[in-house]
Design a protein around this ligand. Structure first.
Ligand SMILES: Nc1nc2c(ncn2[C@@H]2O[C@H](COP(=O)(O)OP(=O)(O)O)[C@@H](O)[C@H]2O)c(=O)[nH]1
Ligand SMILES: [Mg+2]
Ligand SMILES: [Zn+2]
Length: 323
């Protein structure tokens, strides 16, 4: 901790700002004029993530580094499940999630499903960007993508080597605060660079031996796009587990399952062994894709496990948590 100087004890005038990059104590805050100011946090209890809206100020007029004093209430927050079973925010105040997949590395569709479910639970829009669409093997994932298109998710085919897809993606990002998520190596940082060349995000070659992307992006960073909208590049993942809602609410993360559930005999049907379950009937008819149903079942099992682990008397923790 830096000891506050005499001057910094004077209460500064506070202004609204937005965290565009956060490395623990060191932050970049965008002010009302779009300038990015290096800041630090006031006190140890304050924790912020990219996208957070804050109140900040300069401790003294001549000091270059600002201080963030206050975190404003969060709207839709993308979070991950912490090992403790709690929720760990990744990015705050989103309006849209872009799940980026590519033919190489091969998609793990369970990860895609978990991101899409997360988006649904925080009531934000979601779409799939299929990047590297110019490579010869791109057709290999067309069948899976068609499943998502049929559910209603917009699919944008992009290539950072060709313009038309990038323009289509830019059109989708206009007016939204979006985050790029997905496995390492799918081209999230390359897409950001294609959309906002001044971002100069570090990208990396896929290691040929494993065909797994390596983690190049270490923290979420927000960029304003000249074409409109804000875009957050996030670190790639090998896996992703979202914080889970109550068991009965898991289905709301799966558009087609929630839709079919209206036909179940019991209103509180969990689509496991209940008679007259329209969801399982739809899976049997292939109207719901079996893998999507398996994704759903895995999350129900995890939600149940977490509910059993959670001490019953503890009140729910506020803010930043996906309900
Ligand atoms: N063929 C092809 N390669 C791409 C495309 N976009 C990104 N890449 C490559 O994919 C690798 C991973 O890109 P990167 O942006 O670091 O992925 P990230 O981990 O998702 O951020 C790099 O070698 C990029 O050059 C694309 O549209 N086509
Ligand atoms: Mg990256
Ligand atoms: Zn049912």
């Amino acid at each position: 901790m830096i000891a506050p100087s005499r001057a910094s004890r004077e209460p500064p005038t506070l202004a609204d700002g937005r965290v565009v990059e956060s490395h623990g104590q060191q932050l970049l805050v965008e002010d009302g004029a779009g300038r990015r100011v290096p800041c630090r946090l006031h006190g140890r209890r304050l924790a912020v993530v990219c996208g957070d809206e804050v109140r900040w100020g300069h401790a003294a007029a001549d000091e270059g580094v600002g201080i963030v004093f206050e975190l404003k209430p969060r709207r839709a927050t993308l979070a991950r499940l912490a090992t403790s079973g709690g929720s760990e925010p990744i990015v705050a105040n989103l309006s849209q999630l872009v799940a980026v997949v590519s033919p190489v590395p091969a998609p793990d569709w369970f990860i895609v499903d978990r991101y899409l479910a997360s988006a649904a639970w925080c009531s934000i829009d979601a779409l799939i960007a299929c990047n590297k669409s110019e490579v010869a093997t791109a057709h290999a994932i067309a069948t899976e993508l068609a499943v998502y298109a049929a559910i209603g998710y917009p699919i944008v085919h992009t290539s950072t080597r060709a313009a038309p897809g990038i323009e289509a993606l830019a059109a989708r990002l206009k007016g939204a605060i979006s985050v790029l998520v997905g496995q390492s190596g799918t081209g999230k940082s390359s897409l950001l660079n294609a959309l906002a060349p001044e971002a100069q995000a570090v990208t990396q070659e896929i290691s040929a031996a494993s065909e797994q992307g390596r983690h190049t992006t270490t923290t979420a960073v927000l960029h304003r796009l000249a074409t409109g909208g804000d875009l957050i590049d996030s670190p790639g993942v090998r896996d992703y587990a979202p914080p889970l809602p109550a068991v009965r609410d898991v289905a709301s993360g799966f558009i087609e399952i929630a839709r079919a559930a209206g036909g179940c005999r019991f209103q509180d049907c969990l689509h496991s062994a209940e008679p007259g379950c329209a969801v399982r009937a739809a899976v049997a008819d292939h109207a719901i894709h079996p893998r999507r149903f398996e994704s759903f079942r895995r999350l129900v099992a995890l939600a149940r496990e977490l509910a059993e682990r959670r001490p019953a008397r503890r009140p729910p923790r506020p803010s930043g948590r996906i309900r």
